[in-house]
Design a protein around this ligand. Structure first.
Ligand SMILES: Cc1cc2nc3c(=O)[nH]c(=O)nc-3n(C[C@H](O)[C@H](O)[C@H](O)COP(=O)(O)OP(=O)(O)OC[C@H]3O[C@@H](n4cnc5c(N)ncnc54)[C@H](O)[C@@H]3O)c2cc1C
Length: 372
């Protein structure tokens, strides 16, 4: 993929609308067809399926550039790739043929529904339940904070069937499913979040992905690896935008008879921003070398990249505003990125959950082979 063309598309078609979308809390729906035409909605898939057959490095670079443009668009593209990849890996032939072409073409918008009002980090403990009869499944429970929930045509829903964590394909028009918009979020404000309520919601009996008990692992694990990877790379793009704005400001703005760039405390911030962006980039690039999203090794690299990149972008967006002073407080792009950055530390596993998982893995490796 030609990254200069991607950069041009992001700069011309995505970035200019981002602040308006943030303000109005509306996803730029007119972009969906164009994103599909670029082959980005199923970017890992073969070109015959409407994709770009990207390797992990190019896939990451795509999300870095989308991160520069608009966090909600990045999230939308990520979710389509996530759901298409889940179907590609764990779906049966009928499911693949039924859903992947529509996702690739932008006619079907897909969303991922794991979190519940009482269950966030403790995802193993979901309460939503499913009962299977001869040829249908009935779902009960609630899902919340579902990105694209207001506009999605298809939900991957996690619920317990016979007590086992299982993933289901739930079309939006399924009887018994109600969708309630969630507004006024801190960040990713154009991501059209919703709560889903299932009351004896009926779906066809074959709408299970993988099999009973395939919920959190392997289906959810693959999904979270793709989501976290996309977020980590997206943070690089967000941070670069902030750095560019801050750099222009400290070069131009004069105080005490000289440009801000000449103050050593300002230079310290610039140095910290650059080094931490580069350090996050190295972790993202290391994660890109794992070959696939499925191994334990992949998970560990992706956890480290997401953990570091999200804390980095929270700091960099804050520092950029600090360097720009009152003008930073008024700059709509910095405001949006500052708020989106905070959200990055929460979604797809919080910073603390990442720290716990990284430490658990390291402890396990030390016990097993005496080193990490
Ligand atoms: C903008 C946005 C979009 C989202 N989109 C989706 C979506 O599309 N699909 C979906 O399923 N979910 C989505 N979510 C939900 C998201 O996945 C959860 O917010 C996230 O998993 C954290 O869960 P929680 O918010 O319930 O926090 P909690 O799990 O209640 O955690 C609250 C705090 O406690 C800390 N904590 C929890 N457990 C521990 C522990 N063991 N040790 C130390 N600290 C701990 C956490 O780190 C956090 O700081 C979205 C959320 C947001 C904000």
């Amino acid at each position: 993929m030609n990254m200069q063309e991607v950069q041009k598309f992001v700069a011309e078609r995505i970035a200019p609308a981002a602040n308006e979308c943030d303000r109005t809390e509306q996803f730029p729906m007119d972009l969906v067809v164009e994103l599909a035409q670029q082959g980005w909605l199923v970017a890992l898939a073969d070109e015959s399926l409407g994709g770009r057959n990207l390797d992990l490095m190019n896939f990451g670079e795509l999300f870095e550039l989308l991160g520069r443009g608009c966090g909600s668009v990045r999230a939308m593209v990520m979710l389509q790739n996530m759901v298409a990849s889940l179907l590609q890996r764990w779906g049966n032939e009928e499911q693949k043929q039924k859903w992947i072409p529509g996702i690739a073409g932008g006619q079907i918008i897909a969303a991922f529904a794991l979190s519940e009002p009482d269950v966030g980090s403790d995802a193993l403990n979901i309460k939503a339940s499913a009962v299977r009869s001869a040829n249908e499944i009935k779902l009960n429970g609630k899902k919340t904070w579902i990105t694209l929930g207001q506009i999605a045509h298809l939900f991957i829903v996690f619920a317990r069937l016979n007590g086992k964590h299982t993933a289901f394909l739930v079309p939006r028009e399924s009887p018994g499913l109600e969708v309630f918009p969630i507004s006024s979020m801190l960040g990713l404000r154009a991501a059209m979040l919703a709560e889903l309520r299932f009351k004896d919601c009926r779906i066809p009996g074959e709408n299970i992905i993988g099999g009973i008990g395939f919920g959190l692992a392997p289906v959810g694990t693959l999904a979270l690896n793709i989501g976290r990877y996309s977020i980590a790379w997206g943070c690089l793009g967000m941070a670069r935008v902030c750095l560019d704005i801050a750099m222009r400001h400290v070069l131009d703005r004069q105080q005490f008879g000289t440009a801000l760039k000449n103050f050593q405390l300002v230079q310290q911030k610039i140095a910290d921003m650059i080094v931490s962006i580069n350090a996050a980039r190295y972790l993202c690039e290391a994660a890109a070398t794992v070959g696939s999203f499925e191994s334990r090794r992949a998970m560990m690299h992706i956890l480290q990249a997401k953990y570091f990149a999200t804390t980095m972008v929270a700091r960099v967006t804050s520092d950029a505003i600090q360097l720009c002073g009152a003008l930073g407080c008024r700059n709509e792009t910095l405001q949006r990125l500052f708020r989106d950055a905070k959200v990055m530390e929460i979604i797809e596993g919080t910073t603390q959950i990442h720290q716990i998982k990284i430490a658990e893995f390291a402890i396990h490796e030390y016990k097993r082979k005496g080193s990490f």
